[in-house]
Design a protein around this ligand. Structure first.
Ligand code: CO
Length: 198
């Protein structure tokens, strides 16, 4: 089953070895990524490809709507490993315009479990109601909510005790917020980077 994927995997591994005979040997011994990517699970936002990074260069956590919820054991485990063990220098929260998770959070339809997962976005929507209501175009309004969501997740990451402790011991670490455009493949830096406790 899935023979096309296995064949494509074999071809990929062969291409990697053809380009660099020691590639997998080196990776097997060590991973020293400088970046942690926290992004959406959306299939159109493939982390490594977007920033042109090879295996071993980007530590990745993805979930629906790129959330960093302070009680989520999955995200926290990734964060702790990235900060305490890998000592990544940058954490990048990457949202994307046209995010189905963000629109599902506020479209009023019931979907089940994911409604609970998306609850923080619904809260954010209500907190920024005035700003969002002033945007006449529905799509532009949702895109702004995607940006606000990234900004909130950057704040979640930066205020986490793990990150605060890293800064307290003078570890070099910066948290960034980006939004990716499905329309042109480009990321926009929301310029909310934080590199010290504040
Ligand atoms: Co999404």
């Amino acid at each position: 089953m899935l023979d096309h994927l296995k064949a494509s995997n074999r071809a990929w591994a062969e291409r990697m070895v053809a380009a660099d005979g020691e590639f997998f040997k080196r990776l097997e011994l060590q991973q020293v990524p400088e970046y942690l990517w926290i992004g959406c699970a959306d299939s159109r936002v493939p982390a490594n490809e977007i920033v042109g990074l090879a295996p071993g260069e980007l530590f990745v956590h993805r979930n629906v709507a790129n959330l960093a919820p302070p009680q989520d054991a999955n995200y926290l485990s990734v964060l702790q490993f990235a900060v305490d063990v890998l000592k990544v220098k940058h954490i990048i929260v990457v949202g994307h315009y046209g995010c189905g998770g963000v629109s599902a959070a506020v479209d009023g339809k019931r979907r089940g479990l994911v409604d609970h997962w998306l609850h923080p976005i619904r809260e954010l929507f209500h907190q920024h109601r005035d700003e969002l209501d002033a945007i006449p175009d529905g799509r532009a309004r949702l895109d702004r909510l995607c940006e606000l969501n990234v900004i909130r997740q950057v704040s979640n990451v930066a205020s986490d005790v793990l990150v605060q402790e890293a800064w307290a011991r003078r570890q070099d670490l910066c948290v960034h917020g980006w939004v990716y455009s499905l329309a042109n493949g480009l990321v926009t830096d929301l310029e909310v980077s934080i590199d010290r406790p504040k």
